[in-house]
Design a protein around this ligand. Structure first.
Ligand SMILES: [Zn+2]
Length: 556
C-alpha cells in the first residue's frame, strides 16, 4: 500500500524485477515448498493437468509458472532444471512462445475470450511438447467464462497444461478449484527479500546502507517485486550511496524514531509535545495517513511486546534496538489501553474519508490516544468493573490506571449467592468445609486470574488478549461467568468456541485445583468516551471542531 503513489510516478519500475526474475526453481525466493513439490512431480512424471498458484502479489507466482512451462518444453524436458538456452526456454523467458500462452484474466474475462481459448486448446503445440496456458488474475474471469472453462478442464487434451495464478483464491469458483492442484505462495520474509536486494545491489554496483535495505525489504510486506521496484527507483538517483533517509523519503514511510518518541509522548500524556511532533510531520509535506498507519503497526507491536515479553523477532520485523524500546514502553502502558488505541487509530483511518482536513484527523487521533491512556478521574475509559473485584486484582495496569469510581451496574454486580459473593470471600475456608467437592469462590479466581491469562498467552496469544478484556463477574456452582464489553462481541464469539473455552477452563481448573467451567456474557455497560484535559494554549484550536468531530469519533 505504501508504494502506491510511487508506482503512479514511475512507469519503468519493473526493470530490476524483470532482469532478476528467477529462471529456475532453485532461484525462486521464499517458495521452497512449492519448488520442492513441483520438482518431485516433474521427476516422477506425475504432473497435474491444471494448477492454481495462489498468494499475494509479487511473490513469484507467474515466474514459477514460466519455470514450470520451461521444465515441460525445454529441449531436455521433462527436466527440473531447464537449460535456459534452447529456443523453447528463451522464447518462454522473453514471453514470445507460441506454445506458452500468458493471459491476463483481468482483461480477457468474458465468455468470448474463454471460447477463443477453448478453440485454441484443441490444436496441438506448434513444436513444443506442451501447450501451457498461464492465466493470471484468474479470479477476475466472469461466471460465464468460468463455466466455459470448466468444460475444457474436465476433458483436457493431453498436450495441454493450465496454470492459474490468483491473489484471491476464494473468488475462484469451487468447481474450478476442485479440478486443479493448488499451491499457496507465501509472503516472502523480510530477510529473504533483503538477501535478494543485497545480491542485486552487488551485481549492479549499487552502494547502499544495510538499514536502508532492511527498511526497503520490510516496507514491501512480503512482495519481492515491490522491493525490487523501490531499489530500482533509488538506484536511478545514481547517488554515491543510498541511505535510510533516501528510502524513507521515497517510500514516505515513518521513521521508527518518530513512532517511538510520539508514543512516548502519548504514554506520558504530553499532549502539547505530541501535537507539535504531528505538526512537524505534516509540515515536512508527509501524509497524515502514513503516520496513522505507522502508529497502528507500532501499537500492534507494542501489544505483542506486552504479551510475549521475549523473542519478539518471531512476531515482528523490527530491529533489536526497537524491540528493546517496545518492551520498555510496554511496561508503561496497560494492555487494554493498547487495544483501545488500536481501535482509535483504526477509526481515524475511516475518518480520512469523511473529513477533508488530514490535520484534524491526526490531531484528534493523538488527543484520543492520550485520552485512552488517561490515568484517573471520571474521564477514564477503563472498563467498568465491580470495585470489590478490582481491588483484589493485582494486574500491573492498576498501577498505571486505577479503575474509575463508578457505580456498578446491576448486570455487572456479582450475584449474592452463598458461594460466590465477594462478601462471602471473607470466609472461603468455611465454604470449603461445607462442601466435599472443592468449591471455587471469586477470591480464588481473582488471585489466579492474571497468572492464568499470562499462562494462556504462551499457548495462544489472541485468546489471552481477548480474555484480558473480560471481567470475572461471578462464580456459581463452579461455573464462572465472564463479562465482556458489548462492543467486543467478536471477542466473545472467539472465546466461546469450544476449543478456546476448553483451553480457558483447563487453565483455570489447573490453577485452582478444582473443576471449573466458564460462560461468557456481553455486559451492557459500555466504556464511556474520554474527555481529555487540554492545555489552554491548544484548547482554542480544538474548540473549533470539538462539537461535531469529537462525537463522531466516540462511536464506541
Ligand atoms: Zn531449454
Amino acid at each position: 500500500m505504501l508504494h502506491f503513489q510511487f508506482y503512479i510516478y514511475n512507469m519503468s519500475y519493473l526493470v530490476f524485477a524483470r532482469k532478476y526474475r528467477p529462471q529456475t526453481f532453485d532461484e525462486l525466493v521464499g517458495q521452497e515448498h512449492v519448488a520442492k513439490s513441483l520438482k518431485s512431480a516433474i521427476k516422477s512424471g506425475k504432473l497435474a493437468h491444471a494448477y492454481i498458484f495462489s498468494g499475494p502479489r509479487g511473490v513469484g507466482k507467474t515466474s514459477c509458472a514460466r519455470i514450470l512451462a520451461k521444465s515441460l518444453n525445454c529441449k531436455d524436458a521433462p527436466t527440473v532444471s531447464p537449460c535456459g538456452k534452447c529456443p523453447a526456454c528463451t522464447e518462454i523467458t522473453e514471453g514470445r512462445s507460441l506454445d506458452v500462452i500468458e493471459i491476463d484474466g483481468a482483461s480477457n474475462r468474458g465468455i468470448d475470450d474463454i471460447r477463443n481459448l477453448r478453440e485454441s486448446v484443441k490444436f496441438a503445440p506448434s513444436y513444443a511438447k506442451f501447450k501451457v496456458y498461464i492465466i493470471d488474475e484468474v479470479h477476475q474471469i466472469t461466471t460465464d467464462g468460468f463455466n466455459a472453462l470448466l468444460k475444457t478442464l474436465e476433458e483436457p487434451p493431453p498436450h495441454v497444461k493450465f496454470i492459474f495464478a490468483t491473489t484471491s483464491l476464494n473468488k475462484v469458483i469451487s468447481t474450478i478449484r476442485s479440478r486443479c492442484q493448488k499451491f499457496e505462495f507465501r509472503p516472502i520474509s523480510t530477510l529473504a527479500i533483503m538477501g535478494k536486494l543485497e545480491e542485486i545491489s552487488g551485481k549492479e554496483g549499487i552502494k547502499i546502507e544495510k538499514n536502508a535495505l532492511f527498511a526497503m525489504a520490510r516496507s514491501s510486506e512480503g512482495s519481492l517485486r515491490d522491493a525490487e521496484s523501490v531499489l530500482d527507483q533509488l538506484a536511478s538517483f545514481s547517488k554515491e550511496k543510498i541511505t535510510l533517509d533516501d528510502v524513507i523519503s521515497i517510500l514516505g514511510i515513518v521513521e521508527d524514531d518518530l513512532l517511538v518518541s510520539l508514543t512516548d509522548k502519548i504514554i506520558n500524556k504530553d499532549i502539547s509535545e505530541a501535537l507539535s511532533m504531528a505538526d512537524d510531520f505534516l509540515r515536512s509535506g508527509k501524509d497524515a495517513a502514513l503516520l496513522i498507519s505507522g502508529l497502528i503497526e507500532y501499537f500492534r507491536n507494542l501489544m505483542v511486546a506486552k504479551i510475549v515479553k521475549s523473542g519478539l523477532e518471531k512476531y515482528m520485523d523490527v530491529s533489536g534496538e526497537l524491540q528493546k524500546e517496545l518492551l520498555l514502553q510496554a511496561e508503561r502502558i496497560a494492555l487494554a489501553d493498547i487495544l483501545r488505541s488500536i481501535n482509535i487509530l483504526a477509526d481515524s483511518q475511516s475518518m480520512f474519508r469523511a473529513i477533508e482536513s488530514q490535520r484534524i484527523v491526526l490531531e484528534m487521533a493523538i488527543i484520543n490516544l492520550i485520552g485512552a491512556t488517561q490515568d484517573k478521574g471520571p474521564a477514564s475509559t477503563e472498563k467498568d468493573k465491580p470495585p470489590e473485584i478490582t481491588a483484589a486484582v493485582s494486574k500491573p495496569k492498576s498501577q498505571i490506571q486505577p479503575p474509575p469510581q463508578k457505580p456498578v451496574s446491576l448486570k455487572d454486580k456479582p450475584v449474592n449467592s452463598p458461594v460466590s459473593t465477594p462478601k462471602n470471600n471473607a470466609q472461603p475456608d468455611e465454604s470449603k468445609k461445607a462442601e466435599p467437592k472443592k468449591i471455587v469462590v471469586m477470591e480464588n479466581i481473582m488471585n489466579i486470574w492474571q497468572a492464568v491469562i499470562d499462562k494462556i498467552s504462551k499457548a495462544k496469544m489472541s485468546i489471552a488478549t481477548y480474555l484480558n478484556e473480560g471481567n470475572p463477574l461471578k462464580v456459581e456452582n463452579n461455573v464462572l461467568l465472564i463479562g465482556l464489553p458489548t462492543e467486543y462481541k467478536f471477542h466473545k464469539d472467539v472465546l466461546e468456541r469450544r476449543e478456546n473455552s476448553r483451553m480457558i477452563e483447563e487453565a483455570l481448573s489447573r490453577a485452582l485445583d478444582a473443576d471449573l467451567r466458564v460462560n461468557f456474557v456481553l455486559s451492557d455497560d459500555k466504556p464511556k468516551g474520554q474527555d481529555v484535559e487540554i492545555e489552554p494554549s491548544i484548547s482554542s484550536a480544538i474548540e473549533a471542531f470539538k462539537g461535531k468531530i469529537v462525537n463522531r469519533f466516540r462511536k464506541e
